[in-house]
Ligand binder design. Structure first.
Ligand SMILES: NC(=O)c1ccc[n+]([C@@H]2O[C@H](COP(=O)([O-])OP(=O)(O)OC[C@H]3O[C@@H](n4cnc5c(N)ncnc54)[C@H](OP(=O)(O)O)[C@@H]3O)[C@@H](O)[C@H]2O)c1
Length: 268
């Protein structure tokens, strides 16, 4: 990744910050976007400490003009774009019939799906020039349903469908499209910031992470490795591929497994 110019959205926390740090340590030139400028500045300084170059762009992926600013900043500073990691995301934790504020569904779609579209559109001509990679940080929930997450699942399915169609359009022009299907990550703010039934953040929770959850460093390493190998899709942890297989052959079995896992989390 030395001297590769990479854009990362949602880089002020969690996986985005971890990816920035890992890419900086490999000598990448980073352009990082999120809404919280103070947190982004801390990530930039951590990137510089490990020898990378990084610049912060305060912005909101739900605004198409901020996507344009993101690419423009990378071109102005580094003259090229070799990769875009669309990572910014929000989640929810509420049954559909308990949701009182339906704007939750619009907000999830705007951040998780349209946010990626807004940032990719201006970056794509530059990715074509560099033969670069578009990385969509999706979720296993982009392929299967999970209770309490209807709006999140819908937004990640939209992102997944977008990637599957886009890949066929741009692969011939040398642009790689990688979807990252993640399970639970440890050490992120996603759950704390998830929308509850009233449309407010659910806040700190005592729910434990499942034993299948993976750490940020491991997830970042796997994603960077998949970028370097120009893979089209990765599932983390890889053994979750079995669940996708069961879902195709015996969807009711998959539903029973998912219900049990989520039910346990809801009780904890
Ligand atoms: N954590 C998990 O278990 C898990 C599992 C599967 C998939 N994922 C996916 O992994 C990605 C990263 O999530 P995470 O777990 O690292 O969560 P996180 O710690 O909450 O980080 C989310 C990031 O997205 C940014 N963001 C949110 N809304 C934004 C907006 N409108 N514009 C720009 N940036 C915005 C946040 O920054 P600001 O608030 O500063 O804007 C933050 O930097 C998400 O796409 C998520 O769906 C996570």
């Amino acid at each position: 990744m030395t001297d590769q110019s990479i854009l990362i959205t949602g880089a002020s926390a969690g996986l985005g910050a971890a990816l920035a740090h890992a890419l900086a340590a490999q000598g990448a030139q980073l352009t990082l976007m999120a809404r919280r400028a103070d947190r982004l500045a801390q990530v930039v300084s951590a990137c510089e400490q490990v020898g990378g170059k990084a610049q912060a762009i305060e912005g909101d992926v739900t605004r198409a003009e901020d996507g344009v600013r993101l690419t423009r900043a990378a071109i102005d500073a580094y003259g090229r774009v070799d990769g875009l990691i669309a990572n910014a995301g929000l989640s929810m934790w509420a049954r559909f019939d308990e949701v009182k504020d339906l704007s939750v569904f619009r907000q999830l779609m705007e951040v998780n799906y349209l946010g990626a579209v807004h940032c990719l559109h201006p970056a794509l001509p530059h990715l074509k020039k560099s033969g670069g990679m578009f990385v969509a940080v999706s979720s296993i929930q982009g392929r299967i349903g999970v209770p309490h997450h209807t709006g999140y699942v819908a937004s990640k399915h939209a992102l997944q469908g977008f990637c599957d169609a886009l890949r066929m359009e741009v692969e011939q022009e040398g642009v790689g499209v990688l979807s990252v299907l993640l399970h639970w990550l440890r050490g992120t703010e996603l759950r704390e910031h998830a929308f509850g039934a009233d449309g407010q953040k659910i806040g700190a929770s005592r729910r434990k992470h499942s034993s299948e959850s993976i750490g940020l460093e491991e997830a970042s390493e796997c994603i960077i490795d998949a970028m370097a190998r120009r893979e089209r899709e990765i599932v983390l942890p890889w053994k979750l591929k079995a669940l996708l297989g069961v879902n195709v052959v015996r969807p009711k079995w998959a539903e029973a497994l998912i219900r049990r896992a989520v039910g346990k989390q809801a009780r904890d």
